[in-house]
Design a protein. Structure first.
Length: 223
């Protein structure tokens, strides 16, 4: 029997109290800059048992301005920005070369929280990109060595052969270079924190970087 998508959608519940705890959020007590609050919310998501809290949506646009989005892993967040990595020849790498601006989206449903980040993106120096890669797992290095990200794949057999060879090299050469692997940093200009509320009185706090590049302003948004 075919699945009725609309019936299935109507049967689902958002923020089921059996799995979701909606904490209060007092924006008046929020820090003056967004990074400390992001760190606090990220730690709370981890403590609440959120699966893969370090995954995020990454939105870019191509040369024509058409949008694209995918899930990637957060590699870090500090004064230099929110970081992630990819091959320069991948679709996202080509997009960022043409239009070096992106948006990130985090969603932690166990707490009914979202964080949205937007800003310009720069590539870290090669040595730093390689250091980030080699600090990760053998599997991460093997995946990077497999390469050809976003290219057309003739068959799964081709992938299996290339992957096997990459795993063998990664195990044999844990410092093997991958020149196309690049660490990207998004320097936030706009960061929004969203706290869900069971009565739909969601709290949205937006930080915006000032023209001087240092000072931040804060404002509430209607849900």
């Amino acid at each position: 029997m075919a699945t009725d998508l609309h019936e299935l959608l109507r049967s689902l519940r958002v923020w089921d109290p059996e799995v979701t705890d909606l904490p209060s959020f007092e924006p008046d007590t929020a820090p003056a800059t967004p990074l400390p609050l992001f760190t606090e919310w990220f730690a709370a998501a981890v403590a609440a048992g959120q699966t893969e809290p370090h995954t995020m949506s990454l939105a870019t646009s191509d040369e024509s301005g058409l949008p694209d989005v995918r899930i990637v892993m957060l590699h870090g967040a500090d004064a230099d920005g929110w970081s992630f990595a990819s091959h320069t020849g991948s679709r996202k790498g080509r997009h960022l070369a043409a239009r070096p601006y992106a948006a990130l989206g985090f969603y932690w449903p166990v707490l009914g929280r979202q964080v949205r980040v937007r800003g310009p993106v720069t590539a870290a120096p090669s040595a730093e990109s390689q250091g980030d890669l080699h600090a990760r797992s053998t599997g991460a290095l093997a995946a990077a060595l497999t390469g050809r990200q976003s290219e057309v794949l003739p068959s799964l057999d081709d992938l299996a052969r290339a992957s096997q060879s990459a795993w063998e090299r990664a195990s044999r050469e844990p410092e093997a270079p991958v020149p196309s692997w690049t660490l990207y940093r998004l320097r936030a200009e706009d960061v929004e924190f969203f706290q869900g509320d069971e009565r739909r009185r969601h709290v949205r706090l937006r930080y915006r970087r000032g023209e001087d590049g240092e000072e931040w302003s804060r404002e509430l948004l209607w849900p």
